[in-house]
Write a protein that binds this ligand. Structure first.
Ligand SMILES: CC(C)(COP(=O)(O)OP(=O)(O)OC[C@H]1O[C@@H](n2cnc3c(N)ncnc32)[C@H](O)[C@@H]1OP(=O)(O)O)[C@@H](O)C(=O)NCCC(=O)NCCS
Length: 133
């Protein structure tokens, strides 16, 4: 699992208990997962279809640096299934896990469309000439 994105927990991200608000975290995760799906499927018309139960494992506090990890676990005909983990960058302590997030690839008509992908594409596969370093 690659942990590409880091976030710095700021005062506006907190709940009344002084810890990271779950809604802020879910917004970050949905965006991160959508970007992952768009890159993997090579299509910007991708929508969130399903999220499995979300396990808030431990709290995060103001000033923490957290990192979001996503990996693809399954490629369907029109869908891609992802797994997500958020952890504290410094301590590596897990903050949240989502076992299954399903995104659906859409065609121009807004209906599910076959994406033709079967496995994870890594940056070196996408830019074989090394143009992105
Ligand atoms: C996404 C949407 C077009 C799919 O329509 P649908 O009628 O369910 O489409 P299908 O039945 O053909 O299923 C499409 C894929 O989703 C999968 N799927 C459908 N329902 C699912 C569910 N509850 N859980 C997991 N996967 C599901 C199917 O297995 C299929 O995958 P596959 O082709 O890889 O086998 C439609 O449900 C929709 O527009 N939902 C709203 C999306 C949205 O607004 N998201 C929030 C903003 S991004």
């Amino acid at each position: 699992m690659n942990f590409h994105t880091r976030k710095w927990v700021k005062p506006e991200d907190l709940n009344p208990n002084g810890t990271l608000f779950g809604g802020s975290l879910l917004r970050w995760i949905d965006e991160e997962a959508a970007i992952y799906a768009i890159v993997q499927l090579g299509n910007q018309r991708v929508v969130t279809k399903y999220m499995s139960e979300i396990n808030f494992v431990s709290a995060s506090r103001k000033g923490d640096i957290i990192e979001l990890g996503i990996t693809a676990t399954e490629f369907g005909r029109t869908s891609i299934t992802l797994r997500c983990e958020v952890r504290n960058k410094i301590t590596r302590k897990s903050i949240l896990t989502v076992d299954r997030m399903v995104f659906v690839n859409l065609g121009e008509d807004g209906l599910p469309a076959a994406h033709g992908r079967t496995h994870i594409k890594y940056v070196e596969d996408q830019f074989p000439d090394g143009s992105v370093e």
